[in-house]
Design a protein around this ligand. Structure first.
Ligand SMILES: N=CN[C@@H](CCC(=O)O)C(=O)O
Ligand SMILES: [Zn+2]
Length: 399
């Protein structure tokens, strides 16, 4: 539902628009109507509006664009996490445990989990969300999760090529993914994704999956170079993928190829911490001229967080990004990774005529996102120009 009456957000202490070349500015106001931004300017010159909301000198910025999550799952892998914290390495095999739980779950359970995590993300400022299939891994289960995903996420990616499930040979599984499974999910997905890594799919297998997706009219994304030099970055660049995600292990050749391409490198700081991997070299990527996005990779195995703020803070504190670089990567960078940063439905920036997706921080500046790590700073969110209610709290809580 869009709001037809006009609403002015005023007394903005610091406005980050992410419009090309626009710096953070003090004393701003933003007028919204019909789900879109109608005017941005000095608070002193603000036009009349049906309603006015003073944010009392706080910082306002675009809502986060979380371009990489896996929210279509059931079950819990906290035991695997605890084992990792006792020194066990991460291996792709844990995915099969979630596959078993996801197949056994009802549609209502899967949908309720997705809604719960989506609401958690929204309350923390995420106004645009990608999610993936990849825990069904048979035709009906992948189609079911794709369908549920399309009801609640903004973008759904098909990740049938996550791992080869038990009980099927890899050749037969590839035929399924690139044939009946792709056909079954096609109405609900806009990208195809593949886990190109030792223990998952090699480069040739990944290429076959991506090319089948392209033939079906899907955009391409790749999980690449997370655990080793699996060739995912080179393949993503070769095929003109929208993004290659993880990028922990980056060779000089990968760096040069990425820098010369239009492929976004998406780093996943919470995943790196939760798997005790060396952090992705985001600083090196940026210095080489690569476009970098930041996402949560929220999933039950390697990164069970919906907090983009945590990822931004980690990118600043541990990956050596500046605050502005990290905030850009988590807004416009994410939009670019999803090929949604231009045109009338662009997200990740605040521009006149564009979508009114924004968040207010309980802080005077975006610097506080990293300066106050661990403190949830988002206190209000507008999505499509509509103010989002705060979550109601624990199940059973009444107000
Ligand atoms: N790396 C591949 N897939 C997920 C992990 C999924 C899992 O372990 O359940 C990821 O992006 O980290
Ligand atoms: Zn992932």
């Amino acid at each position: 539902m869009t709001i037809e009456t006009s609403e002015l957000i005023t007394d903005i202490g610091e406005l980050t628009t992410q419009a090309d070349g626009e710096p953070r500015r003090p004393d701003r106001a933003v007028l919204m109507q019909g789900g879109r931004i109608r005017w941005i300017g000095s608070a002193a010159n603000a036009p009349a509006a049906d309603t006015r909301v003073s944010v009392g000198g706080r910082a306002v910025l675009p809502g986060w664009v979380d371009s990489h999550t896996h929210l279509l799952f059931a079950g819990d892998r906290s035991a695997e996490f605890e084992a990792r914290m006792q020194g066990q390495p991460y291996a792709a095999g844990g995915i099969r445990q979630t596959v078993e739980a996801t197949r056994a779950a009802t549609e209502a359970e899967l949908e309720s989990n997705l809604r719960r995590l989506g609401a958690e993300a929204l309350a923390q400022g995420t106004t645009f969300l990608e999610t993936k299939t990849g825990y069904g891994l048979d035709v009906d289960s992948e189609a079911r999760t794709a369908r549920i995903g399309a009801r609640h996420a903004d973008v759904v990616s098909f990740l049938g090529a996550h791992v080869v499930p038990d009980g099927i040979d890899v050749r037969d599984y590839l035929d399924l993914v690139t044939g009946p499974m792709l056909t079954a999910v096609r109405p609900w997905v806009s990208f195809i994704d593949v886990f190109c890594e030792n223990g998952a799919f090699d480069v040739e297998q990944s290429r076959e999956v991506l090319l089948a997706g392209r033939t079906a009219g899907l955009g391409l994304r790749v999980h690449g170079n997370q655990l080793g030099h699996g060739g995912g970055i080179a393949l993503a660049v070769e095929l003109g993928a929208a993004s290659v995600d993880h990028c922990n292990v980056v060779s000089p050749a990968d760096l040069a190829a990425l820098a010369a391409s239009g492929t976004v490198a998406t780093v996943l700081p919470a995943c790196d911490l939760s798997t005790r991997q060396p952090l992705a070299p985001a600083r090196r990527l940026l210095d080489a001229g690569v476009t970098v996005a930041i996402a949560t990779n929220c999933n039950p195995g390697t990164s069970y967080t919906t907090s983009m703020q945590f990822c931004v803070a980690t990118a600043v504190l541990q990956m050596e990004l500046t605050v502005e670089e990290a905030v850009w990567a988590a807004t416009r960078g994410g939009a670019q990774a999803l090929q949604r940063d231009t045109g009338p439905d662009a997200v990740g920036s605040l521009v006149v005529g564009g979508r009114a997706d924004l968040q207010v921080l309980d802080a005077p500046s975006v610097a506080h996102l990293a300066y106050r790590p661990g403190v949830p700073l988002t206190i209000a969110v507008w999505q499509h120009g509509q103010r989002m209610p705060r979550p109601s709290g624990l199940p059973g809580t009444t107000r």
